[in-house]
Ligand binder design. Structure first.
Ligand code: HEM
Length: 453
């Protein structure tokens, strides 16, 4: 009788075994090449773990920047293979427009992976679900909630959970790309699940409390707007009521807080860093505010008379690309992009960072220069901007765009009216390399001091 280790040794030393493994791999790759690989645009080599990606990742762990470096090698539309799954990476404005404007209904799906299942939590989370009638109803609800209430104290309560979730998800759970790895990353999945559960519990509690105190038609905040939409649908016996379950409504509130808080806060962190780095920009904002507004508190409608201040917000969103890569889009039908045939179910990711760094369009994209958004009269450029996509494009474009602009403009203007910002290391010394996490592009830690004007 042979022991297990003897059997193992004899297998390892058996050249016939290795020849069979080699032949198996050749056959596997031949079938893979003929059935899958050939269908997609050229790109990285589809090994189970791409050595090229690992090598590059060790140098540039920020995914949008890593993919921008691959763009130089493979072009504006290429395939990045992750554990046998093709991701089409689009790094060009015209191609993004083709996908999301000309073919507006083609790429509206989302991947149904482990993260998506977790975030859907048994209901329908509009960020992680495919386009369809249920998505349309929930998306409309998001827009109406944002329109009703642009500032809500609930925001402050729910700040920490998304930070944990973004940190743990980083470039996506490895098991999303390769489910067999799930066992090794269960602790990360567990941390995300726990933070998300706690986050949903707080929102569920808010929802229940608001239901108790809600008065017909009196909308105090996001939560009331969502309750009101359901009550209206109930009273009018609307068809969409079937999509407005309590579970779905809680998830609508979760995406409003989860999608809105961390992104806006991160943009604010970049604004502070860039202001501390550049006293001249602060002076220009202060002068503009003093001339057009005087001492009174800035309000939303002052945007029109403060083009330079607003241009600082716009340039921050371009310069930092707070969201460097769009969420993953999935083609809902067989289609074409940039002349390449793409089968139904193909994942497409838009590299917003690459588009914001396009040298041909922006000239000096590496410089922080708010004036690029102003015309020769100092007014905000009025024609439709191209190559500027901090909020994505098309039907799945960020619904919080207007709210984010208003909040950032007001925070920046009110800050500069009252304070001067100093970077602890002195002007011109800011490190603008982001932290190596990818869902939201954060600046590295820094200190600023504020001095009252
Ligand atoms: C500076 C602030 C923000 C930035 C840079 C930003 C950027 C983005 C981007 C790039 C997307 C992905 C679009 C795509 O998949 O193609 C997105 C989606 C989304 N954002 Fe924002 N966002 C910001 C603020 C907000 C706010 C304030 C809210 C809500 C209150 C919000 C809610 C959402 C939602 C719900 C989605 C998913 C839309 C869908 O899948 O249909 N975002 N955002």
């Amino acid at each position: 009788m042979m022991t297990a280790s003897e059997i193992f040794r004899s297998i390892c030393l058996n050249s016939g075994f290795w020849a069979a493994v080699f032949l198996g791999l050749v056959v596997y790759y031949a079938i893979f090449y003929l059935t899958t690989f050939r269908q997609y645009p050229k790109g990285t080599i589809p090994l189970p773990l791409s050595l090229e990606l690992i090598y590059r990742y060790s140098r540039t762990p920020q995914l949008s920047r890593l993919l921008a470096s691959l763009q130089q090698k493979y072009g504006n539309l290429f395939t990045s293979w992750g554990c046998g799954k093709p991701y089409i990476i689009v790094s060009d404005w015209d191609l993004m427009k083709e996908a999301l404007v000309s073919k507006r209904n083609h790429f509206l799906g989302r991947p149904q992976n482990i993260t998506a299942r977790m975030m859907n939590a048994g209901y329908a989370n509009l960020v992680f679900m495919d386009y369809g009638p249920e998505w349309e109803v929930l998306r409309k609800l998001v827009h109406s909630a944002i329109r009703f209430h642009a500032s809500d104290p609930d925001f402050i309560v729910i700040k920490n959970a998304p930070e944990v979730i973004y940190w743990e998800l980083r470039n996506g759970l490895p098991s999303d790309f390769f489910p067999a790895l799930r066992l090794f990353f269960l602790h990360r999945e567990w941390k995300v699940k726990k933070a998300y559960r706690e986050f949903l519990d707080v929102i569920q509690k808010q929802y229940t409390e608001h239901c108790k105190t809600y008065e017909d038609g009196k909308i105090r905040n996001f939560t009331d707007a969502v309750i009101c939409a359901r009550e209206e649908a109930e009273q009018e016996e609307k068809d969409c009521l079937k999509y407005l379950s309590i579970g779905n409504l809680v998830l609508v509130l979760a995406v409003l807080f989860g999608g809105g808080v961390d992104t806006t806060l991160t943009a604010l962190r970049w604004i502070l860093l860039l202001l501390g780095n550049s006293p001249e920009i602060q002076d220009k904002i202060e002068k503009e505010l003093r001339t057009s507004i005087g001492d009174r508190c800035v309000v939303q409608t002052d945007k029109a008379s403060c083009p330079y201040t607003f241009a600082v917000v716009m340039e921050t969103l371009r310069f930092a690309s707070v969201i460097g890569l769009s969420l993953e889009h999935v083609s809902l039908l067989h289609t074409e992009l940039g002349g390449h045939k793409l089968p139904k179910g193909t994942s497409v990711v838009f590299n917003l960072y690459s588009i914001h760094q396009n040298k041909e369009h922006w000239g000096d994209p590496e410089n922080f220069r708010p004036e690029r958004f102003l015309d020769s009269e100092g007014q905000l450029l009025s024609h439709q901007l191209t190559h500027y996509v901090p909020f994505g494009l098309g039907r799945r474009q960020c619904p919080g765009e207007k709210l984010a602009y208003v909040n950032l403009f007001l925070m920046l203007a009110r800050l500069i009216q009252r304070c001067k910002v100093f970077l602890s290391t002195g002007p011109g010394t800011a490190n603008t390399d982001p932290k190596p996490i990818s869902v939201v592009t954060m600046p590295r830690d820094y200190k600023v001091f504020l001095e009252k004007r």
